[in-house]
Design a protein around this ligand. Structure first.
Ligand SMILES: [Mg+2]
Length: 415
């Protein structure tokens, strides 16, 4: 028996027999908060998995598709809201796995400016995900004002100034779609230009290869494919998110070229890469807590299309051994900036990923949103609609976070 089970035994007066510790992956929006408001019974829920000093007794990470913050800032914000310390390495954003794409880190890349939290904008320095040469959409607007035709005020610039600034431009070699942009029309136009011109921006070339197809465009990595998200407790309607922006860009590209965009990777829930990253962090925590390897991961979320689908895809990956799926990624880079050696094994240790859907967020509204919340099949490799429907079904449905954690603890006690 390990520490977790001793804790559960004391806390719930239950006898535990299970030999292996388990980990919990928590969504944030719709599970802990709606907008800025904390949902009822959240603090009580954490008292079930933390000791009196606020230290976790169960390895836990927060996995959010948000991109408008850093892990460190998000951890500080959570600590303030929850009233106990959440270390930065307990928080994973949808852009966190970008640090694994080391083959792209030296390329000249462009990324959107995202909704601003406090006063920072997108940059390699702020996000610390490895990219060394970053051009933002704001740079492109400044350097190519004639391309942004939707905002006439931006076109009134000194040509000399533009000419001088443009000398700093280097052709874009990769695109990182971080999160929904501030000005959708500007970002759509310039990202489309960037893909169509192979990163050269104002040189229109349409080279065709055999079969009339265009050669592959520059690599695109997209974070956060959520179509909708819950913005505020006052609103009953989910708001459109970055997934919608990605669909629009793909549709425009398809209308103009007859081909769909090819994503090098999509990150954030529901993609398995993000869950692999979460499992890795859970394993590290277990090691720091002197626990045995974690065999079972529980995912608690409010979105069947995101949290549940991702958990079930990851479970399928675990059960089928995951041979070759992530061979192209630099898994060693998980530990960049984390300083842990040797590397923690994840793939061969975690055995199952179990999903719990709570009814405090998006899911509740989905009942009335038929036709609005569409499948994201275009972004999930080789997944038919039938498979998606099957994989959207959670292992458990609970009213809220408190009920979900109680279910996990009871299940682990009687396993
Ligand atoms: Mg959510």
């Amino acid at each position: 028996m390990n520490n977790i089970h001793r804790f559960i035994q004391k806390r719930f007066y239950l006898r535990t027999r299970h030999a292996h510790p388990f980990g919990i992956v928590l969504d944030i929006d719709g599970v802990l908060f709606k907008g800025r408001n904390m949902l009822p019974r959240v603090k009580e829920a954490f008292s079930l998995i933390t000791d009196k000093k606020g230290n976790f007794v169960v390895p836990t990470v927060f996995l959010t598709n948000g991109t408008n913050s850093t892990e460190k800032l998000k951890a500080a914000q959570l600590s303030e809201q929850l009233g106990f310390k959440i270390p930065a390495d307990h928080v994973l954003m949808s852009h966190s796995p970008l640090r694994m794409f080391t083959d792209l880190h030296d390329k000249q890349s462009t990324g959107q400016r995202v909704r601003i939290l406090r006063d920072f904008t997108y940059s390699q320095k702020v996000f610390r995900v490895g990219f060394k040469k970053v051009t933002t959409i704001d740079h492109l607007v400044k350097w190519f004002p004639h391309l942004d035709c939707t905002d006439f005020s931006r076109k009134i610039v000194d040509p000399k100034e533009t000419e001088a600034a443009r000398k700093r431009f280097r052709p874009i070699e990769a695109i990182v779609m971080l999160g929904e942009p501030l000005k959708w029309e500007t970002s759509l136009q310039l990202m489309l230009d960037c893909v169509l011109t192979y990163g050269k921006m104002d040189t229109m070339i349409f080279p065709l290869v055999a079969g009339g197809r265009r050669p592959d465009h520059i690599p695109i990595v997209a974070c956060n494919v959520d179509l909708v998200w819950m913005a505020d407790i006052a609103s009953q309607l989910p708001r459109i998110g970055h997934g919608v922006f990605i669909h629009i860009l793909d549709t425009l590209y398809e209308k103009l070229t007859g081909q769909h965009l090819q994503f090098r990777a999509t990150l954030g829930k529901p993609t398995e890469v993000s869950y692999l990253h979460a499992a890795h962090r859970i394993q590290r925590q277990a090691r720091a807590m002197k626990l045995d390897d974690v065999k079972y991961l529980y995912v608690i979320g409010d979105n069947p299309m995101s949290d549940v689908l991702g958990a079930r895809l990851f479970d399928r990956y675990l059960r089928h051994g995951g041979v070759g799926r992530f061979d192209h990624l630099d898994l060693e880079a998980f530990d960049v900036n984390d300083g842990e050696k040797p590397r923690v094994r994840t793939r061969n240790v975690v055995e199952r990923c179990i999903s719990i859907l709570v009814e405090t967020g998006v899911h509740q509204e989905h009942v009335h949103m038929n036709g609005v919340v569409k499948p994201i099949s275009a972004l999930i490799d080789n997944l038919s609609k039938g498979e998606q429907l099957l994989l959207n079904q959670p292992n458990f449905v609970e009213y809220d976070l408190h009920a979900a954690i109680r279910t996990i603890l009871r299940r682990e006690c009687y396993r």
